[in-house]
Design a protein around this ligand. Structure first.
Ligand code: PMP
Length: 383
């Protein structure tokens, strides 16, 4: 699969495989003026190491972003990280010994799969439906694990616009997961890169807001609201976990980039960051709708796909005699790519599903890409 994914990077390929934000829409003049100001006013600091927990000016930006989703924190609750990805790594580094159980959604974020594997975690995946993780199945699984004497180290969930599933956990399920965490004294890692990218419907409170910062470790990132190239994310976590993560981060990379932290701080001070997010929502809403239309036109009638109200991904499932890893090899010959569903499972499931990204390509390429995938599927169906 890694070899196939490497091929998706070729310039002639329409890649619906990535999870790329539309950085081309960021105004170059804003970039230039922010960088100019850093050069003239904070050059030495930008080129210097900073504190492991992150610069205090960054904490103010994070507090602002979290407040936008109804969460209230102070700088002491936060650890600035090198992308949200590092939060997943640090939580595993802090909590996981080989063989320990992590409970996650099935499918789960493909980028977390190698992280969990590298810490030799035993990942138990709970199915989802249109309301997110099946919490009844979660409770049954937790009971079974308890009978086996295996206590999960944490539950990993992406409740809003799940990657790759595109579904959002309902409010009753959110409340129930938080209740389960309290009753069983279980930690939850809530991964929320997409919460601000809502194109329709009412916002729901993050688990972190419902929990009050007791059992939920929150992962946030600037990647999807500003830029993934700055590589900045954060964790908000209960103190005992946060302190261990801080030690783990110092061991990993000492601190995140001072230069890009100053970029965020200066950007937040000089422009209304919400307006840029608003412009992204506008672009992605149109791209999502273009993908919905193209799927309806070009995918077979037996295919099913999710209808995300936000985020960046649609999860499509084909008849089960079609293997999407084989299909990707064929699709690449037609210069189009997607993520085969197996990448989102640790146990070989997901073989007839695929993740389709709509944020990183133009509406024209979305239509053409889906047309090509549809044609390759039609060949398979005819075989
Ligand atoms: N979690 C999820 C669910 C993601 O989709 C991503 C980005 N694709 C990340 C974490 C990590 O992103 P970053 O390191 O750029 O913040």
């Amino acid at each position: 699969m890694r070899d196939l994914m490497a091929l998706t990077e070729r310039a002639e390929v329409i890649s619906l495989a990535g999870g790329l934000p539309d950085t081309a829409s960021f105004p170059p003049a804003t970039y230039a003026s922010v960088m100019d100001r850093i050069a003239l006013e904070a050059c030495a600091r930008a080129l210097q190491y900073g504190p492991t927990e992150g610069m205090s000016a960054m904490a103010d930006c994070i507090i602002d972003v979290m407040a936008g989703e109804g969460m209230h924190v102070t700088g002491d609750d936060l650890l600035v990280t090198t992308g949200g990805q590092q939060v997943i790594d640090l939580v595993c580094k802090t909590l996981i010994d080989p063989g320990d159980v992590i409970v996650a959604e099935g499918p789960t974020y493909p980028g977390a799969v190698p992280t969990f594997s590298s810490y030799q975690a035993d990942v138990v995946q709970i199915p989802m439906d249109a309301d997110g993780m099946r919490v009844d199945e979660l409770e049954e699984t937790l009971d079974r694990l308890e009978r086996e004497g295996r206590r999960p180290k944490f539950i990993y969930t992406i409740p809003t616009f799940q990657n790759p599933g595109g579904v959002t956990m309902s409010l009753p399920r959110r409340e129930r997961i938080v209740r389960i965490a309290h009753e069983r004294e279980l930690l939850v890692l809530e991964d929320n890169p997409y919460g601000m990218l809502r194109y329709e419907g009412e916002a729901l409170p993050p688990l972190y807001a419902l929990d009050g910062g007791e059992f939920v470790i929150y992962l946030g990132t600037f990647s999807k609201i500003l830029s993934p190239g700055i590589r900045l994310g954060w964790a908000a976590a209960p103190q005992p976990v946060l302190q261990k993560m801080n030690i783990g981060k110092a061991a990993a990379d000492l601190c995140s980039s001072s230069m890009t932290q100053l970029f965020v701080a200066n950007y937040f001070a000089s422009v209304d960051w919400r307006r840029y997010v608003e412009s992204l929502r506008d672009i992605y809403r149109h791209r999502r709708d273009a993908m919905f239309d193209a799927l309806a036109e070009h995918f077979p009638r037996e295919a099913q796909w999710t209808r995300p109200e936000g985020g960046m991904f649609i999860w499509a499932t084909l008849p089960d005699y079609i293997d999407t890893t084989d299909l990707l090899a064929r699709a690449l010959r037609e210069n189009v790519a997607f993520v085969p569903g197996r990448a989102a499972y640790l146990d070989g499931r997901g073989g007839s599903s695929m993740r389709l990204n709509f944020s990183g390509v133009s509406e024209h390429d979305i239509r053409e890409g889906i047309r090509r995938i549809g044609a390759v599927i039609a060949e398979q169906v005819a075989l």
